[in-house]
Design a protein around this ligand. Sequence first.
Ligand SMILES: Cc1cc2nc3c(=O)[nH]c(=O)nc-3n(C[C@H](O)[C@H](O)[C@H](O)COP(=O)(O)OP(=O)(O)OC[C@H]3O[C@@H](n4cnc5c(N)ncnc54)[C@H](O)[C@@H]3O)c2cc1C
Length: 375
Amino acid sequence: MTAIFRAPVLIVGAGPTGLAAALFLTHRGVTVRIIDTAPAPTSTSKALLVNPRTLEILHDSGVAARIMTEGTRLTGACLHRGTKIVAAIDMLALLPGQPLIAIPQARTEALLIDALHEQGVDVERGVSLQTLEQNAECVTVSLQHADGQLETTHAALVFGADGARSTVRQQLGLAFEGSSLPEPWRLWDVQLQTTLDPQRAHIVLLPDGFMFLMALRGDIWRVIGNSADPLAQLPAGSVPGTVSWQSQFHIAHRLASRVCVGRVALGGDAAHIHSPLGARGMNLGIEDAWVFADCTADALDGSLQRFHEYGQLREVVHHRVVKKIEAMTRMMRGKPAAIAHIRDWIAPQLLKLPQVRKQMAATISGLDHPLRTHP
Ligand SMILES: Cc1cc2nc3c(=O)[nH]c(=O)nc-3n(C[C@H](O)[C@H](O)[C@H](O)COP(=O)(O)OP(=O)(O)OC[C@H]3O[C@@H](n4cnc5c(N)ncnc54)[C@H](O)[C@@H]3O)c2cc1C
């Protein structure tokens, strides 16, 4: 690829996926341009868990060390039914030396932004991709700036990391197929007086759904639930106080029909979405960024075939992870009653089997598949 561009790679979206891709490419000596519609980085906690796979791939940039210094280590998870703990997973024993770190997504993004800034790259904010066309030589995009100015520019390769409603995906004409759950899930970051172990995540089985609780910082806990009134169904000994963030969302499990078309690739939520159970969303996006950077850096020095290997490698992983998380989610949400019965009485027994516990630990840690950058 010989043409001269302002930056050979344009990254659309500066969430965790786009930021990580920019960082990985910059470390490989590739000049990138990264744009984001939003005028400022996110301030919400959203994804709370950084898994061992993400720490592994952020190690060389120094970001993993900063995440481990700032975050807190999660030692495992407990499954509660009524007032009893009916199963527990000890991550320290199952995956020694592979930490799971709890840290708000806004902080993970801030640490990626800092690391990128140290490499001389800053996100161009208030800049939205509007349209995209490509031919054998390059990709032509139109960008709208916050002041209304329109810009037409070219790049050798484009990475669409622009989230679940991806304009890049739409411009490629790709389907985003899958299904949604009917009921809303509600989320709180809330002060909690509680006797629950703050170093463990807690899943509480309820007659009309489930609840997930995890300590965020100090006495602030993340609570997610799909029942009628989750905060009224907190485990015994837990009393809610001030709410610092509250949100409501619908769960969908969807996959882009392809993740690489010509000179354009998709990563993160633009390519796959699923429920937060398993804590894979942000982590899978950062892994996409790693594989994208490896394939792209080689492609700029050689042939487009290497760029297309990104699609071959990631579509298989996305499909497996999304299907697995969807199955876990459909079991855990406890609807209809027949599923709730299996969940309440059979799942805790299954979780006592060493092989099942190992698989669960591998899923949560992101180590359920090898990190491959070559087919
Ligand atoms: C409540 C909640 C809890 C979650 N918990 C977890 C968890 O525990 N663990 C986990 O791994 N994941 C979790 N997730 C999922 C995680 O937040 C997402 O998977 C993650 O943010 C996806 O990152 P991304 O960079 O792919 O996309 P996003 O974070 O959505 O970033 C996309 C960016 O693109 C920008 N953009 C959009 N369109 C354009 C355009 N046309 N031009 C330029 N820029 C554009 C947006 O402004 C945005 O900044 C959770 C999500 C939610 C909502």
